[in-house]
Design a protein around this ligand. Sequence first.
Ligand code: SR1
Length: 348
Amino acid sequence: MIRLVRTLACIVLVAAGSGVGRASAAGLAGAPAPFDKGGIPVALVTLISDGDFFQAYQAGAQRQARALGIDLRVLQGRGDAAAERDAVQQAITLGVKGIIIDHGMPESLRDVAQAAVAAGIKVVSFDVDLANPRIPQIQHDDRALARAVLDQALRDAGDRFVAGYVYVAGFAPLDRRNAVWQEVKRAHPGIREAARWGTATSPVATAVADQSQAVFRAHPDITVVFAPWDEFARGVALAADEAGLDARIRIYSADISTADIQAMRAPNSPWVATAASDASVLGAVSVRADAMLLAGEDPGHDITVPPTLVTRGLLDRLSIDTVEQLEQRLPSFGHSDAARAPWMGTGE
Ligand code: SR1
């Protein structure tokens, strides 16, 4: 089992008692029970809180929860798989009606997730395969995401280059993206992966920057880095900048945030492309999928949100400086109808 940094042994209960994320208790007109009354307690149990992606995911989940009259409590595992497991058990004890499990190690979650299902709690997962037909799974279309950004690398660099690859095994989205990277290398034997590195230890970007500096010293011939998590890409970009390699290295990543957009658009930035789904949309989709189960409806078992390829050229052309501008100018990025029942309306 991968064990991430144990920052705090305790689970942090973010929303309960603070008023943050409290949903209206009024209920939704015309909605099925229990949404006609509101105030439905649901727990969002997370493994990772580090970085922009997870903050935006939680913000999107909170917004959607408020709109549906869900009282969403966030139980944070703080990078500790055992603490995340405890959080699922705590949610069961708290008597929530629904649980959303965001990332995690399947082997430490499957039995507690099944215990929640057996207790009548409606469970959905995001980016972790709990191998349970009664637990719908939400995810990016990770294969399409990796394919889109690697195709861009092939367009930019041709199919003969020395690559660096940032990867940590055991996380479902990274494993799915890794499968595509392996396929691309097989199909293009002119690509040579000279080094592979990575860590999920918090703070991820800083730790990856330290590793990347050593890699660039040992492998000065690397010209393309595939770093399919924005925390990875941020670390690689930092190291490339400090080593004065901006002009020689191109970085291809996943995810996008306002800070990422600014890093990509910085003068001489090596970070040239990313493929991403909107993290706040994924948070909203996760809440809606759980809401459908709570209303006795079927959201489907595999719920995917398609990615958008975002290049520095596109950001420059459309003068995009923030994720909000990206959402406005590329509406397909900022909106999804996945897991949306008619009674929910069209907004978050
Ligand atoms: C450690 S897994 C990190 C990934 O999870 C989310 O799916 C984001 O896309 C991020 O890249």
